[in-house]
Ligand binder design. Structure first.
Ligand SMILES: C=Cc1c2[nH]c(c1C)Cc1[nH]c(c(CCC(=O)O)c1C)Cc1[nH]c(c(C)c1CCC(=O)O)Cc1[nH]c(c(C)c1C=C)C2
Length: 607
């Protein structure tokens, strides 16, 4: 399988990366000629989904290295927590963080390939694209549920009658008729600024709802180019969002898709890996059933697993624990990381324990912990005296990343038909009057409509998400306790949905600092970080995880797999020295890195 890629644009990319490659050529040669008999020892900081994905992918490639996973918590899996709770007559599953996966895009493909590698296909549960959960999505504004159109046919009514949609038609005209000339407020603008400027100020409210459901974040401070890289590319390269979309539709006419080059490269890599494992797959157990399950997930709107999304990290952990190449240390906190000057080995020295009492040496470190935590751990050298310029720059950028707290409240009611509508759930935009949302609600998920097959007892299962950026400046002592959270969720459900029944099971979990907020300078900072990391660590320190290139589960899996790809090219010393940050090509000064790809190669069918 091969990809047809627009060569002119590929050339653009080569030029952009060429400047980065040359300075490292010498170092790469040094590394390549270093004695290889003492193979590599890689530390993976963090045993969440990113760290586990990185380790699993390194194993799957048969790399000549030892792997040590260092996790500060007592368990692996990070934010992913699926728990069965007892209710009268059976058990129901509460997801205390993310709950579903999406098959779309390069990240979706990486995740499906990982599921196949782990042999988890027959545990999949899918939600079809035409189900109510996939097509019925609501927004609560100003005091009622409004259904968001899911097809072109439903659009005219929405555009003409919904106050929430006021601004879409004039916005489209504004963007189409006024070619983009220069960035609003410099090259890095917030989502709200760009939407107001290019489209219409009224649309900011609608977009805020979407951002609440993904980032629990503020439309005024999230950066447009980091959150909507494709729209940013359309705007800067084609003169407007609408023009870019029209261009994209024209390419689709020729059966081509416009995608970030890196997504295309990732898909190529997945294709190569898939083909390389063909022999193993043919011999595999129940291959026909497994392929059918994978294909169903690929066609679905969302999917998860019979015992919840935690089955994925659990299976990774099982595979990793079986392998003598891997050691896993839970309850092990890292206190500092130093460039290791001893023996001229150029590796990294990692100190663990509260006072750094244990010293370990690694040839490479993949950090999947939040960037702010990593920033606190980085020290310039073994003796830890004054920091050099590069280290200071790296630390500063890492510590600038902000995050938000989200309270996830799960509720299960024995009554079957408490909801007057069926669907995925609803989001609460920023302009919903405060009197309608004093609880700082971000949205409600109708779990019992979304996926069937996890609970052994039928009822109505809901999740209320509270907080996010609304709690940005709140002192710790004002954040709600679990009991407060449950009572807030119940009052919100009573006001919005008229649900006053007593839940038979509840659980409130405060997720502290769980979602990174990519602000207006995120991409340019990532670019600086990428350069500084290469300068300072020459591929010894690789970054992955939600702090950098996407906050979803699939984004994290992909980022872990990408860290493993970077490591692979470092071991082979043939490719570009990677540092794990793959989206730097979509930064504001470097928009020419989207490519047009023949769609037939993207229609993956897991043959
Ligand atoms: C702690 C809660 C999370 C909120 N957003 C995310 C998490 C982990 C991350 C996220 N959620 C969604 C995406 C889009 C891409 C995708 O993977 O689907 C991302 C990156 C979409 C989404 N939003 C909600 C759900 C149920 C989904 C599907 C994916 C998932 O299961 O997370 C609802 C929702 N999530 C959050 C809020 C405030 C919210 C409101 C109803 C925060």
């Amino acid at each position: 399988m091969s990809f047809h890629v627009d060569c002119a644009r590929i050339r653009l990319l080569t030029r952009n990366f060429g400047g980065l490659q040359r300075p490292w050529a010498q170092r790469r040669r040094d590394f390549a000629t270093a004695p290889q008999k003492e193979k590599h020892h890689v530390a993976i900081l963090g045993g969440g989904i990113t760290g586990l994905s990185a380790a699993t992918d390194i194993l799957s490639k048969g790399e000549p290295c030892r792997i040590t996973i260092l996790e500060s918590q007592a368990r692996l899996g990070g934010w992913i927590t699926s728990e069965f709770v007892d209710v009268p007559g059976g058990k129901v599953l509460f997801e205390k963080g993310c709950r579903t996966l999406r098959p779309a895009g390069a990240s979706g493909l990486v995740t499906l390939a990982m599921i196949h590698y782990l042999g988890l296909e027959e545990e999949l549960l899918t939600c079809s694209r035409d189900s109510a959960a996939a097509t019925n999505r609501y927004v609560y504004y100003p005091d009622r549920l409004i259904r968001v159109p899911s097809s072109l046919a439903e659009l005219p009514k929405f555009l003409l009658w919904e106050p929430l949609a006021k601004g879409i038609i004039p916005g489209i005209l504004n963007d189409a008729l006024n070619p983009y000339k220069s960035a609003v407020k410099g090259s890095d603008a917030s989502v709200a600024d760009v939407i107001s400027d290019r489209l219409h100020p009224n649309l900011v409210n609608l977009v805020s709802a979407v951002l609440h459901g993904i980032y629990a974040g503020n439309v005024q401070t999230l950066g447009f180019n980091a959150i909507f890289p494709q729209l940013d590319y359309y705007m800067k390269q084609h003169g407007g969002i609408v023009r870019g979309m029209l261009y994209s539709m024209r390419r689709a006419w020729y059966d081509e898709a416009v995608l970030p080059l890196h997504d295309v490269l990732t898909m190529q890599q997945i294709t190569r890996d898939w083909e390389a494992r063909r022999d193993q797959r043919i011999k595999g157990h129940r291959m026909e059933e497994r392929t059918a399950a994978l294909q169903a997930a690929k066609r679905s709107s969302i999917y998860s697993f019979k015992k919840g999304i935690q089955q994925l990290p659990d299976k990774m952990e099982e595979v990793l624990r079986r392998d003598p190449q891997v050691s896993i240390e839970t309850g092990c906190s890292v206190s500092s990381i130093h460039v290791d000057g001893t023996h001229g080995c150029g590796g990294l020295l990692v100190k663990t324990g509260a006072n750094g009492e244990t010293e370990r040496r690694f040839t490479h470190v993949i950090s999947t912990i939040p960037s702010t935590n990593l920033g606190e751990l980085l020290c310039s050298n073994h003796i830890d005296i004054d920091m050099d310029e590069a280290s200071r720059e790296i630390k500063k950028i890492l510590q600038l990343n902000r995050t938000v707290n989200v309270m996830v409240v799960n509720l299960w009611f024995a009554e079957l038909h408490l909801l007057s509508v069926k669907g995925f759930g609803y989001l609460i935009p920023k302009d919903t009057p405060a009197g309608q949302n004093p609880e700082c609600g971000l949205g409600v998920i109708f779990d019992s409509d979304a996926l069937q097959g996890q609970d052994t007892m039928q009822g109505t299962k809901l999740t209320v998400m509270l907080g996010g950026y609304y709690w940005d400046k709140w002192p710790e002592k004002h954040l709600p306790s679990a009991l407060d959270g449950i009572s807030k969720a119940r009052s919100l459900l009573a006001r919005h949905l008229g649900i006053t029944a007593e839940p038979m099971a509840t659980c409130a979990t405060m997720r502290r600092n769980c979602i990174p907020q990519y602000g207006t300078h995120h991409l340019s900072r990532m670019r600086t970080l990428r350069h500084a990391l290469q300068d300072k660590y020459t591929g010894r320190l690789i970054l992955a995880g939600s702090s950098y290139d996407g906050v979803g589960v699939s984004d994290c899996i992909r980022s872990g797999v990408y860290a493993s790809h970077s490591l692979h090219s470092i071991f082979k010393a043939g490719g570009e020295l990677g540092v794990g940050l793959y989206k730097s090509h979509t930064d504001p000064d470097d928009p020419g890195t989207f490519v047009s790809v023949s769609q037939k190669h993207l229609r993956w069918n897991f043959p």
